[in-house]
Every structure is written in structure tokens, then in C-alpha cells.
Ligand binder design. Structure first.
Ligand code: ARG
Length: 462
């Protein structure tokens, strides 16, 4: 093959197979994000090697000082990352060698990059579980503040996005507080399960050196060492749990985002979103677009995509380590970034949006939203079977619709013509406020129940 035809597809790989191999093999472009965890892991490993007599105290001291220098170079932005050194582990070790010389070569005793990378990524994901929990916690507090401000504000409750029954704003906000509580629980559970140390599993089989895995586990904040060295280097279910929890959270965020998009439209006007989370249109001066909400609504795409991506990478991999697993990191990084940004943006929007009490109330009274209250009244006060009450109410809804009015606007003669047992007392339940106040069953939308829930959540969220 001539050189000119190679450049047709070769492009940046015109230098030949070595350059192609380096490009496909190197992970430093993204795994540099594990630098801090990598160095912490090496510090714990070196200290353990010294404590067990595998490494001399002098060598351990040189390594400790050298790693501190490497970390400060990386965090100060002066570190020269090299693609030919493949990944963060070898970049750190090579620089350590330049700084401290021979002792650097002893750091990798009783260790492999396989247990090293598993340890680094576990620590990184563990931190992201904590960040997700904190982000969710802040969002819950913002939702709770909204719930408290409008605990008894009537609004339409929807099914099929058709007005169904009146609910309260506080109740609607608390629905999301509950969802995000479960999401928080999923990250906490995942964090607890992943908090075991792979370090010391070495390449796959353990090591003949007298290492102390309890010591390194403890130094790195793990609860215990992983019990099986093959599992330790092979497992990525911790990352999949994180991505799964992230996908569920992103799904919940997308539902709330969608409601904000709908609610902020001119047709609804339920909420006014803060200017800083919206944009104007370059051509239509009246526009205020809910871009942040739309982007949060969309982030599920890449977050769930990352989960599906990593599941697909891991499916069918034989034990123990395979290089396929290097493909775990970008999925995890990208999903974590998207999730944290979404949580921050949603928290900011929810905290500063303004609910329009009057628009909520006006909408609550549309769509014959108290029809169920009329049917329930017929069951309670006139002893009708619910199916018959449903039928009578349906006739009255049709009548009101034909006249272009709402149920409370029908006169008593019209009501009686649908069923003789109806009396003027029925008007008591046809109002929106009476309707929501009557829904006092546990978990119901009545302000009295909502205030109890708000009080309970204030206890829990502080
Ligand atoms: N960069 C590699 C990864 O991310 C580190 C582990 C390499 N191990 C190996 N045996 N080549 O998975």
C-alpha cells in the first residue's frame, strides 16, 4: 500500500501501526482524573510495604515525599502527561522515578495495575456517590421550601395530562421529595456495597509477599479488603450500580424538568422560572426559553447511555482483567459530570422559581376537577352504589360541558334532575378547596396531611 492511499483513512495515524496502537491503547487522556486516588492508593501501599518489612523505611520515605511532589505538580497543572506512558498509573510512576530514582521501582512490589485501577476507580465512584447524595439532599430542601410556601395552594392534579382532581402545590412538591429520597438511598446503598478494597489482589491471584490488606483497606477508608482476588480485579458492578442509580435519578429529574417546561409556558403560567436559568430568543423578543430545564430533561440520554454502554462492555467478559475494562472510565466520568450538573441546575431552578398561586387555583377549577367529589357525595349522602353515582355524575358533566360551565355553576334543579336525592348541600363539596381539604387519607393531598409530611421532612432534612 502506498503512503498516499494510507493517508486517505490513516489521517493522524500516518506514522504507522505504532501510533495507531498508542492511540487505541492509551487512557491517560481521561484517566488522569484518577490522579488523586491513584496517589493516595500508592501512599497507602508504600506505607504498608514499609510496615511489613517488604520495603525499607528509607525507600518508603523517598516514595512518600516523591508522590507528594507528583501530586502537587498534577494539581498545580505543571505535570507533563505523556501518551506513550499509557495511563495515569505509569505516568505517576515514571515521574516518581525522575524525582526519587531507584526507590520508585520498588513501589510496584506486590501490586499490579489491575488491582490499582480497580482501587482508584472504586474510590472515585465512592466520592461521586457522596456528591450525588449531597446534590439530592440540597434539591430535596429546595423542594421542601416550595412545599412549605404553598402547602395548601390548590392546583390541578393530572392523569394522562388531563385535569383529574385538585391537589395541593405542597403535595406535588413533596412527591418529588419522596422520589429523590429513594434516589439518595440508592447511592447510599451502592456506596456501602462498593466500599471494599481490591488493593492487594495484585494481577489476579494475590501475592506471595506478606502484605497486610487490612492496613491498606483501612488507610483508604474501605470497610475491609475484598475476599476474592479474582473478583477484586474483575468486578465493575460497583460502577454499574452507580450508573444505574444515576440513570434512575436522571429519569426523575427529567420528569420534573418536563413539568417545569410545561408549567412555565404561556398556556399554563403555573411557575415563573428565574431569568438566570432561561434564555431569550435571538429573533422573538417575547421569548423566555426554559433551556436549563430542557437540558436536564435530555441528560437521561447520555446517563442511561453510559449505563447501557458499560453493561455492554462487561457482558460476557471472562475472569479476570481484560483491557475491555479500560472502557469503563469515560462512561462513569461523563455520567457523573452530567448528573452533578443536572442536580445543581435543578436545585437552583427549584429554589428560585416562583409559583403563581392564582394561575394554579384557576386551573384547579377547570376540567370538572371535582366530579369525583360529586360522585363520592352521592355514595355518602344518598347511599348510591359508586357505579351509579359515577353514571349520574357523568350526565351532569355532559350537561355542564354542553352549557359551557363548570359543575358548581349548575343550578339545583338541574342537579336534581340527574338524581332526586341531590340537595343544596352538595355545593359544599364542589369547590376546589373543599375537595382538597376532604382528601385526608394517609398520603392524601389535604393540607392537614401535607403539613404533617412537611414537618416530618423538616425533621429529616434539617
Ligand atoms: N489503564 C488500564 C485500565 O484502565 C489499567 C490497567 C491495565 N492493566 C493491564 N493489565 N494492562 O484498565
Amino acid at each position: 500500500m502506498t503512503k498516499s492511499s494510507n493517508t486517505m483513512w490513516g489521517g493522524r495515524f500516518a506514522d504507522g501501526p505504532d501510533a495507531i496502537m498508542e492511540a487505541i491503547n492509551a487512557s491517560i487522556g481521561f484517566d488522569k482524573r484518577l490522579a488523586r486516588e491513584d496517589i493516595e492508593g500508592s501512599q497507602a501501599h508504600a506505607a504498608m510495604l514499609a510496615a511489613t518489612g517488604i520495603l525499607s523505611d528509607n525507600d518508603a520515605a523517598a516514595i512518600r515525599e516523591g508522590l507528594l511532589t507528583v501530586l502537587s505538580e498534577i494539581e498545580g497543572g505543571t505535570f507533563g502527561f505523556r501518551n506513550d506512558l499509557e495511563d495515569i498509573h505509569m505516568n505517576v510512576e515514571a515521574r516518581l522515578k525522575e524525582i526519587v530514582g531507584d526507590p520508585a521501582g520498588r513501589l510496584h512490589t506486590a501490586r499490579s495495575r489491575n488491582d490499582q485501577v480497580a482501587t482508584d476507580l472504586r474510590m472515585w465512584v465512592r466520592g461521586q456517590c457522596e456528591a450525588a447524595e449531597a446534590g439530592l439532599f440540597a434539591l430535596q430542601r429546595a423542594l421542601l421550601a416550595q412545599a412549605e410556601a404553598g402547602a395548601d395552594w390548590a392546583m390541578p392534579g393530572f392523569t394522562h395530562l388531563q385535569v383529574a382532581q385538585p391537589v395541593t402545590w405542597g403535595h406535588h412538591m413533596l412527591a418529588y421529595v419522596e422520589m429523590f429520597a429513594r434516589d439518595r438511598g440508592r447511592f447510599a446503598d451502592a456506596r456501602g456495597r462498593m466500599n471494599e478494597s481490591p488493593l492487594g489482589a495484585a494481577a489476579l491471584a494475590g501475592t506471595s509477599f506478606p502484605i497486610d490488606r487490612d492496613a491498606t483497606a483501612e488507610a483508604l477508608g474501605f470497610d475491609r479488603p475484598m475476599a476474592n482476588s479474582l473478583d477484586a480485579v474483575s468486578a465493575r458492578d460497583f460502577a454499574l450500580e452507580f450508573l444505574s442509580a444515576a440513570a434512575i435519578t436522571a429519569m426523575h429529574l427529567s420528569r420534573l424538568a418536563e413539568e417545569l417546561v410545561i408549567w412555565s409556558s404561556a398556556q399554563f403560567r403555573f411557575v415563573t422560572l428565574p431569568d438566570r436559568f432561561t434564555t431569550g430568543s435571538s429573533i422573538m423578543p417575547q421569548k423566555k426559553n426554559p433551556d436549563a430545564a430542557e437540558l436536564i430533561r435530555a441528560k437521561i440520554g447520555r446517563i442511561l447511555g453510559a449505563a447501557v454502554g458499560l453493561f455492554t462492555v462487561m457482558k460476557g467478559l471472562p475472569l479476570a482483567y481484560s483491557k475491555d475494562m479500560q472502557e469503563d472510565k469515560e462512561q462513569v466520568f461523563d455520567a457523573a459530570d452530567a448528573l452533578m450538573l443536572s442536580l445543581a441546575a435543578m436545585e437552583g431552578m427549584v429554589r428560585t422559581m416562583e409559583a403563581n398561586r392564582d394561575a394554579l387555583r384557576a386551573a384547579a377549577a377547570t376540567g370538572f376537577s371535582t366530579a369525583t367529589d360529586l360522585a363520592d357525595w352521592l355514595v355518602r349522602e344518598a347511599a348510591l352504589p359508586f357505579r351509579d353515582a359515577h353514571h349520574v355524575t357523568g350526565r351532569l358533566v355532559a350537561e355542564a360541558e354542553a352549557r359551557g360551565v363548570d359543575l358548581p355553576d349548575l343550578d339545583i334543579e338541574t342537579l336534581k334532575s340527574a338524581h332526586p336525592a341531590i340537595t343544596g348541600r352538595v355545593y359544599d363539596v364542589l369547590g376546589v378547596d373543599k375537595s382538597v381539604a376532604s382528601r385526608t387519607s394517609y398520603g392524601g393531598t389535604a393540607p392537614v396531611r401535607v403539613r404533617e409530611q412537611i414537618a416530618a421532612w423538616k425533621e429529616r432534612l434539617g
